[in-house]
Design a protein around this ligand. Structure first.
Ligand SMILES: Cc1cc2nc3c(=O)[nH]c(=O)nc-3n(C[C@H](O)[C@H](O)[C@H](O)COP(=O)(O)OP(=O)(O)OC[C@H]3O[C@@H](n4cnc5c(N)ncnc54)[C@H](O)[C@@H]3O)c2cc1C
Length: 393
């Protein structure tokens, strides 16, 4: 069976590896002319580390990653609002949480793709999909080139997936009313005494810092913004200074010392969950199927999970239809819950009423973080052969 994958992001490359591992012939088509280093970073939570282990990549990713011990919430004034013990979560789920730059995760996936002899065709902008009466389908690219395959996977992300358009009719994402400025920071000297995720909460604004070593981190400054406006990279530093002036250390330092070319501004979109992820022999995976807001912390993790489940479903399938149905049934509920949870958190983080934000901060201080770790382990581990109780795994 020949499988064409549209999109060489985390979903496309991890699916290519998982499917090639089951003996399928796969080829990836990516719109960019070459691998890029765009993007900031990702926490591979234990559910993602499980998949990386299954792909034989956990050690290589861990070598490039930090191992965050805690996730601390801090108010804009520097007051502690509570902390999740990430080591406890790791222990419950049996795999490590790893903070990694997106470019480093992609480079590990790409080098294994190349070792496996999987072809990635760059400069291929998929334009439309055409079904055929014989059961295969053809992807048409903007260049005029075409690719026919028995299965087409739409892994082209959330913003303009032609596979989602083919399957669902409508591929427009939903703007959720906030902006993320994301950046990667590298210092010649140690800046972070501990590898821990810090999440600073203000009124209508939030700043997250995730170290990957004592001198490198990725960060995201975010603020409520009801309408989509322009983007001018020359203004990013001034926009961030205006929003985060007076916020706790090291936020001002991160903003000042991150070069403009390492900052990106994103008007953040997600998708309403849909019930059907496939039509004919075209299947959606990753953000094209179930884009959640970054407040989920699960975009890349769920893309990796898709790869593992898809290989499992296709590997043992009696028919393509049965495999696609099984895959969608396994993945739909978990991802719909993740989309909803991320929207709830975003509503509270980007609330602009100071009284609501004070109440949110009080709630955070009285949260039972031990119970939260158990809840996260149950939710994120669901559907995978990992357990909240390591003794039962
Ligand atoms: C540039 C970029 C930076 C990101 N940075 C972060 C980050 O810092 N932190 C974080 O948590 N998440 C980030 N994400 C999102 C995160 O990577 C995804 O939520 C998650 O990994 C799901 O991956 P995906 O492969 O489904 O989608 P994506 O990561 O969006 O990958 C989709 C891929 O498809 C390609 N593509 C799109 N349209 C076409 C087309 N028509 N034809 C061919 N190829 C196409 C894109 O170029 C891209 O390589 C980023 C995504 C992108 C694209």
């Amino acid at each position: 069976m020949k499988i064409a994958i549209i999109g060489g992001g985390i979903a496309g490359l991890s699916a290519a590896l998982a499917l090639a591992g089951r003996g399928f012939e796969v080829e990836v088509f990516e719109r960019h002319a070459a691998p890029t280093d765009i993007g900031a970073g990702i926490v591979c939570w234990p559910n993602a580390s499980f998949v990386l282990q299954e792909l034989g990549l956990l050690r290589s990713v861990a070598e490039l990653s930090g191992r965050p011990a805690r996730m601390r919430r801090v108010s804009r004034a520097g007051e502690e609002l509570g902390a999740l013990d990430i080591r406890k979560l790791d222990e419950l789920m049996g795999y490590p949480s790893l903070s990694v730059l997106r470019k480093d995760l992609l480079s590990v996936l790409l080098s294994r793709v190349s070792e496996q002899g999987i072809r990635v065709q760059y400069g291929h902008v998929a334009d439309r999909i055409e079904p055929s009466a014989t059961g295969s389908a053809t992807v048409h690219f903007a260049s005029g080139a075409t690719a026919s395959a028995d299965v087409i996977l739409g892994a082209e992300g959330r913003m303009n997936s032609i596979a989602r358009k083919f399957v669902h009719g409508d591929n427009r994402p939903r703007y959720q009313g906030f902006i993320n400025w994301i950046g990667t920071f590298t210092s010649p000297r140690a800046v972070f005494s501990e590898i821990e995720v810090k999440d600073y909460w203000g009124v209508g604004a939030r700043f997250g810092v995730v170290p990957v070593s004592d001198a490198r981190a990725y960060w995201a400054g975010a603020a409520a913004c009801p309408e989509i406006q322009g983007k001018a990279p020359a203004d990013y530093h001034d926009e961030l200074r205006a929003l985060f002036r007076g916020w706790p250390s090291p936020i001002p330092q991160l903003i000042e010392e991150t070069p403009a070319e390492r900052i990106n501004k994103i008007y953040v979109h997600d998708h309403d969950p849909i019930d059907t992820w496939h039509r004919d022999n075209v299947l959606l995976i990753g953000d094209a199927a179930h884009a959640a807001l970054p407040t989920s912390g699960q975009g890349a993790c769920q893309a990796l999970e898709d790869a593992w489940h898809l290989a499992d479903c296709l590997g043992g399938a009696t028919s393509l239809g049965a495999a696609f149905t099984e895959f969608t049934q396994r993945r739909r509920g978990k991802n719909a819950a993740i989309v909803a949870g991320a929207r709830n958190l975003a509503r509270s983080l980007f609330a602009t009423d100071p009284a609501l934000c004070e109440e949110r901060d009080r709630n955070s201080k009285s949260t039972d973080y031990e119970a939260m770790a158990h809840g996260m382990a149950r939710g994120w581990g669901s559907g995978l052969p990992m357990s909240e109780d390591p003794a039962a795994a």
